[in-house]
Ligand binder design. Structure first.
Ligand code: ADP
Length: 495
């Protein structure tokens, strides 16, 4: 079965839609014609049977009425009468006497192929069985593929047996019109199916061929192709296909420009620290090597720049690990309220040294279930960005509260806000707004990409709302867990 399916698939695969359609239509119509012919011939043969039976009944009754009970009938006359009936009805007609001899037509008209003894035995048997030998009552039956009818009658005071027979198989002359009809219909059907196949295949095949050509162009990096042209006035599926391909083209084009941007940004971000490292190493070699104070200062710059490079590489690795699933999530139930406050405390130095204000409103003892370390990274990155981008009032508003069955974390700044067209792109790897900004916290440009990767992996809802000149609010919804979840976890561990 599977083998046949595979054969069918390979046939379909190697032929054009037109050919397959044409072949399918012809096969389907061939089946219909065969079924119709069989049905027709069944109908024909049943109506032929009814016709023969009625005719036999009629002829039998006629002969009976014309001859029965007559006296002094000339044998020549009866013979001629029977022959006339044979000719007019097309039936084989014989008259037997009581001893089973054929007496009409005269022996010269005998059909040598007929076994008269057998015919006679059969007819007397049937007459006895069904009419009880009653004069005038006829009986119809089948004998060796012949419709037969027999009855007893009386001529010149002698008991005679009338026997009529007709071939039960349909004659060629009856089937001929049917055959010529089928040939005609078949011919018309072949032409029609050819036209249909051509019409449908041009409706499907032509757009597909053109889409295929364009897809090849797209594969070579030509993002100017428009698949929608081919779908015009075409079938729904092709229209959907072209829409999907247009979507794929847009995504590929986006990915392509992002990749270019990424390479440009990464090389730029790598270049600066590398240049610094090289410059300071040369300085140590040539100038400050002998001066421990200067040497230390220069070495420190090299260490800082190396750290920056290491951070960059680590962030990039983090994202690819989270996305590829190498770093599986280590979920546990924990007190998100306490954890959030701990993380915010890490920014405490900014309050003292640079005058930042952290407005914190955290509902105590809210428990969630997630990978604690990774969620720590999310909160740290979001608060860090708010610090970097908040306005001159240097204030950051952080809240953690219950809302519609989830725990919402949001962090608001009073900065310039994010432009509508940038809202979606800021989450993408290595996107950076064109405007440069003074940053108290050094970022690698990958912070939000890491946030997105972690939260997507968790399946948590997150987002940003922003108003130009007013500020931005980044939010994350955590699932709410009851305290006993943590206890039951611990119970399981203890067991
Ligand atoms: P980085 O901050 O290191 O550039 P991120 O991935 O954290 O990298 O942020 C990407 C970009 O999103 C930033 O360059 C900035 O343009 C924008 N952005 C992020 N947070 C904010 C914010 N709170 N306000 C305004 N813009 C922001």
């Amino acid at each position: 079965m599977a083998m046949r399916e595979r054969n069918l698939k390979s046939i379909v695969k190697n032929h054009s839609i037109g050919t397959v359609l044409w072949f399918s239509l012809i096969s389907l119509l061939f089946i219909v014609i065969v079924a119709l012919s069989i049905g027709q011939s069944i109908l024909l043969s049943s109506s032929y049977r009814d016709q023969v039976k009625t005719e036999q009944l009629y002829v039998c009754r006629e002969i009976y009425e014309d001859l029965n009970g007559k006296e002094n009938l000339d044998a020549q006359y009866v013979n001629a009468y029977i022959i006339r009936k044979v000719i007019s009805s097309g039936e084989s007609i014989y008259v037997f006497n009581a001893s089973g001899e054929v007496i009409f037509p005269f022996s010269g008209a005998y059909d040598e192929e007929n076994d008269y003894a057998k015919i006679f035995t059969n007819l007397t048997e049937k007459i006895l069985k069904y009419t009880d030998g009653k004069i005038g009552d006829s009986v119809g039956y089948m004998q060796s593929k012949h419709y037969c009818r027999a009855c007893v009658f009386n001529v010149n005071g002698q008991l005679l047996y009338l026997y009529l027979s007709a071939d039960a198989s349909l004659g060629g002359e009856m089937l001929a019109p049917l055959i010529s009809q089928i040939i005609f219909v078949g011919f018309v059907v072949i032409i029609l199916s050819f036209l249909f196949a051509a019409m449908i295949s041009s409706g499907i095949g032509d757009p597909i061929t053109s889409i295929n050509k364009k897809a090849k162009k797209l594969a070579k990096g030509d993002f100017s192709v428009d698949f929608k042209d081919d779908a015009y006035g075409s079938y729904m599926e092709i229209s959907e296909l072209s829409e999907t391909l247009n979507y794929a083209r847009d995504e590929l084009s986006k990915a392509d420009s992002m990749q270019k941007e990424l390479i440009a940004n990464v090389s730029h971000d790598f270049k600066t620290p590398l240049t610094m490292i090289k410059a300071y190493a040369s300085m140590i070699q040539e100038i400050s090597g002998e001066d421990p104070e200067k040497r230390n200062k220069h070495c420190q710059v090299i260490i800082n720049e190396s750290d920056r490079l290491a951070n960059l590489v680590n962030d990039m690795l983090d994202i690819s690990k989270i996305r590829s699933g190498i770093n599986a999530l280590k979920s546990s139930v924990f007190n998100l309220s306490e954890y959030t406050v701990d993380i915010i405390d890490r920014f405490g130095y900014l309050t003292e040294s640079q005058g930042y204000t952290f407005n914190v409103d955290v509902t105590p003892d809210l428990f969630t279930e997630a990978d604690k370390d990774k969620i720590g990274q999310v909160i740290y990155n979001l608060v860090g960005n708010a610090v970097n981008y908040t306005g001159d009032d240097k204030t950051i508003y952080i809240r953690l509260y219950e809302m519609n069955g989830v725990i919402r974390f949001d962090v608001r700044d009073t900065g310039v806000g994010i432009k509508k067209e940038d809202i979606d792109t800021i989450w993408d790897r290595y996107y950076r707004s064109k405007e440069t900004h003074k940053r108290p916290i050094k970022g690698t440009g990958l912070g939000l990409s890491i946030v997105k990767a972690i939260l997507t992996k968790h399946g948590f809802n997150f987002g940003v709302t922003s108003e130009i000149g007013v500020g931005s609010v980044f939010f994350v919804d955590f699932p709410h867990r009851a305290v006993w979840d943590i206890e039951s976890d611990q119970d399981e561990e203890n067991n």
